[in-house]
Design a protein around this ligand. Structure first.
Ligand code: NZQ
Ligand code: ZN
Length: 395
């Protein structure tokens, strides 16, 4: 088992009606003037925003509102948020929404005291040294941003857009309020995208060259099986509390590094996907489903027994008498069949609704490899030419 440093400092407040505690939690973590950051309409329509405001008022906490975060959150709104925080003397950011709202909050947090251009942080040119604290009320289990150290932002100020991440421990939320009831209003598509994303967060860590972390593997396999069984239940009955709760907690455990303890991980599928959602503004989860099968077939030779184990232990395939290659293929096909069963695309055509051109593929691979200067992937190290091959397999 590889050495690891597990850091998961977020206080998780989970269950029915927990959003009413938000004012007390902001106070506990020192917030006196809050930026209340949210997305489009969902938190307003459901009455959640109203509940949050009442809770802040009850604690005598001042706040200023900034809504309008779009899925694949935009740099232009981040800049606006930074200016609001400076002008209003904000000392705490409260994200009410999903991964996009939380990621936008994290970007604002990093830009508040940073003297240069916040985008340079996402280009990994430099680091910020001081951040605003963040808390969140999660409304969609998916990205895992509520416990992760990452933030992914789309630069809408450049031609063709550019999606980049920045990861620091200061981005970990002080608290995350998770009430599964708040996820009842999620459309089936968003629910399915979320299930796919959390499964992929687990699989990115599971598919590595390491084979000596049984406890981590066992947790990962249980998490994946749970996502599939409870995912089907939730899609059949969106107001099933027990299933919504399993999925919500799975989303956090999938990306708070628990399933990465002692492994080196891969993350190539995420890198390939970020170019797709950067270029075509598609849902992140759907983009992952569209390329994963091609990535798996391209890289599986690096650890075929692990893919065979995945087929048996996660997908429940009977691999008796099969070679590892046959078992691996059976597992990949079963995973793709699951993605399709929840309405996810398993190729780029179904994702974007048209044939992707060679030029678009080359452009994505160029951005993903920063002009053929960087590689991605831990299981198999992928250069720009490999990225092009995988995109073409997935087209
Ligand atoms: O804007 P509103 O009206 O709120 O609608 C949102 C949005 O359209 C809607 N929604 C959220 N909660 C709802 C709801 N609709 C009805 N009822 C509710 N309870 O769902 C839509 C999607 O929301 P979004 O926040 O974009 O989804 P998600 O949580 O999947 O976040 C996706 C973003 O997270 C990034 C992705 O790249 C993408 O930009 N990621 C962030 C990570 C991290 N920070 O660690 C890791 C991930 O791998 C991922 O890359
Ligand atoms: Zn993801």
């Amino acid at each position: 088992m590889k050495n690891f440093n597990y850091y998961a400092p977020t206080q998780v407040v989970f269950g029915r009606d927990t959003e009413g505690q938000v004012g007390q939690l902001v106070k506990k973590y020192g917030g006196t003037k809050v930026l209340l950051h949210f997305g489009g309409q969902s938190a307003i329509k459901s009455g959640l925003l109203d509940t949050v405001e009442k809770s802040l008022q009850a604690e005598g906490i001042e706040y200023v509102k900034l809504g309008g975060v779009k899925p694949n959150p935009r740099l232009s709104l981040v800049r606006q948020g930074i200016e609001v925080c400076k002008a209003e003397g904000v000392d705490f950011i409260l994200a009410v929404g999903g991964g996009s709202v939380i990621d936008s909050s994290k970007a604002i947090s990093s830009g508040r005291f940073f003297e240069g251009d916040v985008w340079d942080l996402y280009l990994h040119k430099t680091h910020a040294t001081k951040y605003l604290p963040i808390g969140c009320v999660l409304t969609i289990p998916a990205a895992g941003s509520e416990m992760s150290d990452g933030s992914v932002i789309t630069n809408d100020e450049v031609d063709g857009w550019l999606k980049k991440d920045y990861c620091v421990n200061e981005f970990r939320c002080k608290f995350a309020i998770m009430n599964p009831v708040l996820t009842y209003t999620l459309p089936a598509w968003q629910t399915a995208c979320g299930i796919t994303d959390m499964m992929m967060h687990t699989m990115e860590r599971y598919f590595s060259k390491d084979d000596d972390m049984e406890i981590t593997d066992a947790i990962a396999e249980a998490l994946l099986r749970t996502c599939m069984s409870e995912g089907h239940k939730v899609l059949e009955n969106p107001t099933d509390y027990a299933s919504r709760a399993q999925i919500m907690w799975a989303g956090s455990l999938a990306h708070n590094d628990l399933t990465g303890c002692g492994t080196s991980g891969d993350w190539a599928t995420h890198c390939l996907e970020h170019e797709l959602s950067g270029m075509f503004d598609v849902s992140h989860g759907a983009g992952l489903a569209a390329v994963w099968g091609s990535w798996a077939r391209y890289t599986r030779e690096e650890n075929m027994p692990r893919f065979a184990r995945f087929a048996r232990n996660v997908m429940g395939c009977d691999t008796t008498g099969m070679t590892d290659l046959e078992a691996a293929e059976a597992g990949i096909q079963a995973m793709e069949a699951f993605f399709r069963s929840i309405g996810m695309p398993t190729n780029i055509h179904d994702l974007i609704g048209k044939e992707i051109s060679d030029a678009e593929i080359e452009d994505m691979a160029d951005k993903c490899s920063t002009g053929d200067t960087q590689t991605i992937g831990g299981l198999k190290v992928l250069k720009m030419a490999d990225m092009i091959n995988i995109y073409k397999m997935a087209r």
